[in-house]
Design a protein around this ligand. Sequence first.
Ligand code: HEM
Length: 228
Amino acid sequence: MALKKGLFKTSVARKNMMAITGLFIIFFLVIHLAGNLILVLPDSFFPIEFWGNVANQHDMYNAYSHFLVHFWLITLVAWVLYIAIILHVIDAILITLNNRKAKGDSYAVTDNSTSTWYSRNMGILGTVIGVFLVIHMAQFWLQYKVLKIEHDLYNLVLATMKQWWFVVIYELGIIALGFHIVHGIESAHRSLGIYPKKVMRVIKYIALIFGLVMAVLYAIIPIILYFK
Ligand code: HEM
C-alpha cells in the first residue's frame, strides 16, 4: 500500500514536471516562431528609416540572430530551455515505461472511446519531434551557435530550405509538434489541477486553435523559403 502510494506520488510529480517543462517549451516556441517569421515577411516590412541600420529581411534576421547570441538574458533562458527539454524527454520516457507496466496490470483500463488517437500516441509523436529536433539542432544551432562555422544564419537557413528533403523533414516534425501541443496543453492543465469540466472543454478548444495556428505558421516558413 505504502509502495503504491509512493509510486502514485512519484507519477504525479512526474506529470507536474512534464506540464511545467512543456509549458516553458511552448513559451519558447512562440518567441522562436515570432523570430523566424522574419524569414517570410517582405523587405518592405523593414523600412530603413524605422529600423535604423536594418534595411531588409536579410539584415533583420541576422540582427535578430546576433541579438540571440550576444544578450546574456537570452543565453540564460536558452540554458533553462535545454534543461527543460532534457527533463521533458526523460520524464516522457519514464511515463511511457510506467504506462506500459500498468497495461500489464488487470486493473488498468484503457478506454479508447474517450481519448483521441494523438493522446494515445504521444510517445510516437514525441519520437518524431525528437528526431526532427536532432536534425534541426545539428543544422542550425550546432553550426551557428556552438561551432560558429557559419556566420550568416539567414544564408544557412535559406540554403537548407532549398533542399526538398529538409522541407519534408520540417513538415513532418511540425505536424507532429502541432498534435503534441494540442494534447500537451490539455494534459498540462489536468496535471496542474485545473479540473472543472466546463473549464477543461474551453481549454480543449483553446489548445486546438493554438496548436493549429502554431503548426500552420511554422509549416509555411520552409515552404515559402523553398519557392523563394
Ligand atoms: C520553420 C521552422 C524553423 C526555423 C526556420 C528554425 C530556425 C532555427 C534557427 C536558425 C536556430 C539557431 C539559432 C537560434 O538559436 O535561434 C534554431 C534553434 C532552435 N530551434 Fe528552431 N526553427 C524552426 C522550427 C523549430 C521547431 C518546430 C522547434 C521545436 C520543435 C525548434 C526548436 C529549436 C531549438 C530548441 C533551438 C535552440 C534554441 C537556442 O539555442 O536558443 N525550431 N531554430
